[in-house]
Structures are given as structure tokens and as C-alpha cells.
Design a protein around this ligand. Structure first.
Ligand code: GFB
Length: 319
């Protein structure tokens, strides 16, 4: 790869896309192609094809997607399946038609069966039933993995997918109805501390276990793979994608205690059992990623502290 290669980061205003942009810039890539949602609607096939035809990017980071936490996934089910399939189909096919050198598609660990063996290996894809709350999103992401794989198998396209674990960090969604658990708890504990409340309520039992990775780690892994790993390195090993995670997980109750400690909240923690738990556990097996030469670096406590500081600077006073 050349530092002046034209790299299109689809979804650059989101948490993942903005992390990838920061990482690419830090590493000296200075020809980034970026379009806000208001300038280019990737759900629109004609607009997307015209954009690729005009711009002819060399590389594509496909981080544009409709995402959200457990309740957003369960509520906006039609939008999650339609918008995600539409975006990825348009971008992947346009990349193929315009001879893109490499495309990496981002998914999520919810693609695996609800009761997959732990830690979850890439080979466990499509070996059992999915978790119902995020089935539409998971089906869309599985379709994206298979689209990349089969464009490689039929056309030889250098396209493949990476599946990050639950991510957090700057530019995350802190809306309590639609966010993931980590930003939601960070906000809840922060507000309880500032407003002197003596109770914070978690959704569900708090028993499910999750693995959390800071977006800067994910972005570093992504650029490492973009620079060093091709589609044939993935598919020739008999897998369709690469897991990206830290290899460590904890329960939601443990996460809540950790965030309470970072925020210095000393009140009570209660549970709203009318809310779903989702998958009981999803810890990724990251041995393939380690074999490829990359490991996560940011410890969870440090990442939460940094995200809290970002939240205080960017959101805390803006309501
Ligand atoms: O992060 P989260 O929304 O999504 O929830 P998933 C993880 C766990 O935290 C669930 C519990 O057991 C929630 O019930 N939880 C406790 C909370 N308190 C809260 C809260 O205040 N807000 C939220 N959001 N959760 C998503 C998938 O699953 O993970 C997506 O739906 C995607 O498709 C994403 O894969 C990474 O980890 O359960």
C-alpha cells in the first residue's frame, strides 16, 4: 500500500469509521475519501454507483451501517435488515465494478449462534440458531460476509470481512434508548453521580457476559489487516472472516461495578427485569488474529476512563 492511495472510509462520522480515519491519518495516509450521509446516501444504488464511478477509490473500509444496542435492534427490526443489506450490496458491488484493490467489511460478533461454543471461533458461523433480538442485523451481516466471500470465489475480488466484538469509545451513541450497554451505563452512572441520585437501574439480570474493545484498538487492527492481509490469506485458511477482540470478557454486573468505580458512584445498583438479556455469552476466539500478528492493547479500565473524559467534554453539558 502507498500512503497516497485513495481510501474510501464509508461511515466516517460513526464511532468505528471515525476511529479508522484517526488511525489512517496517524499512519500517514493522506488521500482519504469521505462523504457525510447528507452528501451520499449509500442506501441509494444509483448515487452509490455514480460516486464510485467518479471517484474510483483504491481501498474501501466498509464501516457504514445501521447499528444499535439490544433494544434498538429489537425495535427497528425492518430498518436493521433492509438498510444494512442495501448499503453493503451497493458498496460491495460498486467496488467490484470499479476494480477496487481491497475492501474490508465490518460486521459484529452477534452473527454467531446464540449458544455457540465459547470462545467463539470463526468456524462457528451458521452452526446454530441466532439470538432473536438481533436476528435481522445478524442476517444482514452474514449476507455481507458471504457477499465478500463469493465475490472472491467467483471474481477473485480482494474483499473480506472482520467481526469485532462489542466496541466502545469516542463518538459512540449515548442515547439511553438506542445505545449499547457500555455508553448507556457510563452516562447513567455519570448523571447519577452529578445529580446525587442513589440508584442506577441496569436492564435485565446483569448476568450475561460480554467482551469490550476500545475503538482505537479496533481501528489499529483494521489498518494492520488492510496493510498486511489479503482475501486469499483468509479464505485459503477455510474461514470466511476474521474475529477482532481482546480475548477477555466480564458480566454486565461486573462492568457496572467497574464503571461505577471509575465514575466514583457509591449508590445502589438495581435491575429492570422487563428488559431482555440477549445472548448469554459471546467471547471471541482471537487466535487467528494473533497468528496474523496483531493483539489488543487498551485495558478496559483505561479505555472507560478515556471514554468518560470524552463524554464529559462532548456531551455532559449538552443534554
Ligand atoms: O450492549 P447491548 O445493548 O447489546 O446489551 P448486546 C448488552 C447487555 O447489557 C444486555 C444489558 O444483557 C442488556 O440487557 N444492559 C444492562 C443494558 N443495562 C443496559 C442499558 O442501560 N442499555 C443497554 N443497551 N443494555 C448487541 C446486538 O447485543 O450488540 C447488536 O443487539 C450488536 O446486534 C451489538 O451485535 C454489538 O451485546 O446484547
Amino acid at each position: 500500500m502507498d500512503k497516497s492511495d485513495k481510501i474510501y472510509v464509508a461511515g466516517h462520522n460513526g464511532m468505528v469509521g471515525s476511529g479508522i480515519v484517526r488511525s489512517l491519518r496517524e499512519k500517514g495516509y493522506d488521500n482519504l475519501l469521505l462523504r457525510a450521509h447528507s452528501e451520499l446516501d449509500l442506501i441509494d444504488q444509483k448515487e452509490t454507483f455514480e460516486f464510485f464511478n467518479e471517484e474510483k477509490p483504491d481501498y474501501v473500509a466498509l464501516a457504514a451501517a445501521k447499528v444499535g444496542g439490544i433494544m434498538a435492534n429489537d425495535t427497528y427490526r425492518a430498518q436493521f435488515i433492509y438498510e444494512n443489506i442495501q448499503i453493503q450490496n451497493n458498496v460491495i458491488h460498486a467496488a467490484y465494478e470499479n476494480g477496487v484493490d481491497k475492501l474490508i467489511f465490518l460486521g459484529s460478533s452477534c452473527i454467531y449462534p446464540k449458544y455457540a461454543p465459547q470462545p467463539i471461533k470463526e468456524e462457528h458461523l451458521l452452526s446454530g440458531k441466532l439470538e432473536d433480538t438481533n436476528e435481522p442485523y445478524a442476517i444482514a451481516k452474514i449476507a455481507g460476509i458471504k457477499t465478500c466471500e463469493n465475490y472472491y470465489r467467483q471474481y477473485g475480488s480482494n474483499f473480506y470481512s472482520v467481526m469485532p466484538t462489542n466496541l466502545y469509545g469516542p463518538n459512540d451513541n449515548f442515547d439511553l434508548k438506542t445505545s449499547h450497554v457500555l455508553p448507556a451505563l457510563l452516562r447513567k452512572f455519570y448523571e447519577a453521580k452529578v445529580e446525587g441520585k442513589d440508584e442506577v437501574t441496569l436492564w435485565g439480570t446483569g448476568k450475561p457476559e460480554r467482551e469490550f474493545m476500545h475503538v482505537d484498538d479496533l481501528a489499529d487492527a483494521f489498518v494492520y489487516l488492510l496493510e498486511n492481509v489479503d482475501a486469499e490469506d483468509v479464505y485459503e485458511k477455510g474461514i470466511s472472516h476474521i474475529n477482532i477482540g481482546t480475548g477477555k470478557d466480564l458480566s454486565i454486573n461486573e462492568l457496572a461495578e467497574l464503571i461505577a468505580d471509575v465514575v466514583d458512584y457509591r449508590g445502589e445498583i438495581t435491575h429492570d427485569l422487563s428488559k431482555p438479556d440477549g445472548t448469554p455469552k459471546k467471547l471471541l476466539d482471537v487466535s487467528r488474529l494473533h497468528e496474523l500478528g496483531w493483539e489488543a492493547r487498551i485495558p478496559l479500565r483505561e479505555g472507560i476512563q478515556q471514554t468518560l473524559e470524552w463524554y464529559e467534554e462532548n456531551h455532559a453539558n449538552s443534554g
